[in-house]
Design a protein around this ligand. Structure first.
Ligand code: PLP
Length: 279
């Protein structure tokens, strides 16, 4: 693996260590970003940096770097990684301090970043789609922040793996929110439906790009609450994320979605996304 970045320095991964009193380790007190890189170019970098700032604002942390400093760090990491397509990870915690819940004073944040080869989803995921399960969304009420406190997401994704499925779609009070590590959209009676951006789900960059693509190409779409019943009678269900792009979900809780094959709207969006990401 190419060198990683920790607090101002590049070093081999094995040498990148943080003190055990880092609040990221003790409390999960931090935020992160994952940025896909295609042909050495970060996709939608501005949006990712804006979301990072939004997450930092949400946990009341000062920005550890300017946008220009992030941008040059990102380009340095990209240049150091041999693969042209990469998955770039940024991570900021509130820093190292005696264990006490309230914010410490005069502490420097911990800033960690790395890039690794981007592994695209297996071709069978696109050809046949994947399975998902559903589960009650038992996360907190600030799912719009991309925080490193991911225990609920970890437990929910593991439920999917235990069931031999790829993703766990989350239901809160009778409505679809998102996946354990993805956004979820459905196609119902010819219209693409996206659960609304609010505190209950992460404003995914891929989700936003998909909605904008639909708008540009005249595909009927709406951002509005999606009930569990609508999810279950959808003709198509898809999950979106920066590293997995757009993946058709063709089985939900063991029941075929629509005719059980990836649907035309999902495949059209996937084609358009391929054009968008490599202009
Ligand atoms: C909970 C959750 N929702 C949505 C997403 C998708 O966001 P993006 O498209 O910005 O990767 C992710 C990505 O990892 C996620 O963890």
């Amino acid at each position: 693996m190419s060198d990683v970045y920790l607090n101002g320095q590049f070093m081999p991964l094995e040498q990148a260590t943080v003190p055990v009193l880092d609040r990221g380790f003790i409390f999960g007190d931090g935020v992160y970003e994952v940025i896909p890189v295609y042909n050495r170019s970060p996709l939608a970098l501005d949006r990712h940096l804006r979301r990072l700032e939004y997450s930092l604002d949400g946990i009341r942390m000062a920005y550890p770097m300017s946008r220009d400093a992030w941008t040059s760090l990102i380009h340095e990491l990209i240049a150091r990684e041999p693969s042209a397509d990469q998955s770039l990870y940024l991570h900021v915690t509130r820093g190292v301090a005696p264990r006490e819940h309230a914010f410490p004073k005069d502490v420097s944040p911990t800033v960690f970043a790395m890039s690794k080869p981007l592994t695209p989803p297996p071709p069978s995921w696109i050809k046949d789609g994947v399975s998902a399960i559903t589960h009650a969304d038992f996360r907190w009420l600030r799912c719009d922040l991309k925080t490193t406190s991911l225990l609920a997401n970890v437990l929910l994704r593991q439920l999917a793996v235990d069931a031999g499925a790829t993703e766990c779609l989350l239901i809160r009070d009778g409505f679809l929110t998102e996946g354990a590590a993805s956004n979820a959209l459905i196609v119902l009676d010819g219209q693409l439906l996206a659960p609304p951006r609010n505190h209950l789900l992460l404003p995914g960059i891929t989700y936003e790009l998909v909605l904008e693509t639909a708008a540009r190409h005249g595909l009927p779409h709406k951002e509005r609450p999606v009930t569990e019943a609508e999810l279950r009678r959808a003709q198509e269900v898809m999950m979106t994320s920066s590293t997995r792009e757009i993946v058709p979900i063709t089985r939900l809780d063991g029941v075929p979605v629509g005719n059980g094959r990836p649907g035309p709207v999902t495949m059209r969006l996937l084609d358009l996304y391929q054009e968008y990401k490599r202009p």
